[in-house]
Design a protein around this ligand. Structure first.
Ligand SMILES: [Zn+2]
Length: 354
């Protein structure tokens, strides 16, 4: 950068409109450029509104560690080769995994696994994208289901902890407004007959959006069982249409995985059909202070009907190896086929089961 240009971008020298809180506002600094450099001023006047609008159209991007070829082979070898049920039509799912909080290392494994799952089983075609524009109503309508793969916090927003300073108050407010609108769009999409499949941290998302919590079925409340613990998961509803084809003849199974507990609200067996739960007595011992639920109800997977739509959620999906575990891949496939409307299954809440 030549000297003149560097000076123009030096907020200390041209500082009458300089915001200390947001030193990265190039377009604000624009107003401080001396009149004499007309060419530069004109160029910036043309470019700066684009930068400003780019900020309110902000799209999440992430740099995840790549999955090795060998790891892809392992995932492919574990993949089911046929769908649980024959799809009724050509199906398309959106895989969204943007994070405004903790970012799981398993996300790229999940993306590869779900893409391969669609291909190998023929159950669905995948669109893997973190572009929030996919959550505009006309775009959502093209998908048979949305899969939230380890999203965290307000997943259409930049991180309020690490990225807040890159935006002005006005831009941040505009992004928040967009976030609220897109979460509403997602809830409306499900209510009007769409499908939603949530994996692991999908319940560690959108805490300020009650309708989202009701739709996904619960909010994260810590994970007393950490990533290295060995747990026993009970097949609670063995005859259920989502469970039987996957866990046939199994009363329970063992897994090394981080297991969530859910906040008292909105999680409820009066609304959800719980399919799997953790047995704390047959799982590694954990710090008792971290166990907040007093009823011993540690649900792991459920389904529910929301309006005309279908929601499947499983809290399994923290560790990378989950995405190359044949049983877990089949568990996801059944849940996704339910969410898309191909696998018909009972959503009568657990407490109302006969
Ligand atoms: Zn996790």
């Amino acid at each position: 950068m030549d000297k003149k240009l560097t000076d123009c971008f030096n907020p200390v020298r041209y500082s009458f409109n300089y915001s200390k809180k947001n030193p990265k506002y190039l377009y604000r600094i624009n107003y401080t450029i001396p009149m004499k450099n007309k060419f530069l001023k004109l160029s910036l006047a043309l470019v700066m509104p684009l930068i400003a609008s780019a900020k309110t159209d902000w799209t999440p991007t992430f740099k995840d560690a790549p999955v090795t070829k060998e790891e892809v082979k392992v995932i492919a070898a574990a993949m089911p080769t046929s769908p649980i049920v024959k799809p009724k039509a050509k199906r398309k799912v959106l895989i969204y995994s943007a994070t405004a909080g903790f970012r799981h290392k398993s996300i790229p494994y999940g993306k590869i696994a779900l893409r391969l799952m669609g291909k190998k089983t023929g159950a669905f075609e995948t669109v893997i994208s973190d572009n929030p524009a996919n959550f505009e109503p006309a775009a959502l309508e093209k998908f048979d289901a949305v899969i939230l793969l380890n999203t965290t916090q307000d997943f259409f927003m930049p991180s309020s902890k690490t990225q807040r300073d890159e935006f002005s108050d006005k831009e941040w407010a505009a992004l928040q407004k967009r976030n609220d609108r897109l979460v509403d769009n997602l809830v409306d999409y499900v209510t009007n007959g769409g499908g939603l499949a949530g994996i692991h941290a999908a319940t560690d998302s959108c805490y300020n959006h009650k309708e989202y919590g009701d739709t996904i079925g619960g909010y994260f409340w810590g994970h007393p069982w950490t990533a290295k613990t060995n747990v026993t998961i009970v097949v609670e509803d063995p005859e259920h249409k989502i469970i039987k084809p996957v866990f046939e003849g199994m009363k329970d199974f063992r897994l090394q995985e981080e297991i969530y507990q859910f906040q008292e609200e909105p999680y409820s067996r009066d609304r959800l059909r719980v399919l799997l739960h953790l047995d704390p007595d047959r799982s590694d011992k954990v710090d008792p202070e971290k166990v907040k639920r007093t009823d011993g109800d540690f649900a792991v997977a459920w389904v529910q009907k929301v309006g005309k739509g279908r929601v499947f959620y499983t809290s399994i999906g923290h560790n990378n190896h989950i995405f190359s575990n044949p049983l877990m891949l089949k568990h996801y496939l059944a849940g996704i086929q339910f969410a898309m409307g191909d696998l018909k299954a009972d959503t009568t809440p657990s407490s109302k089961r006969k």
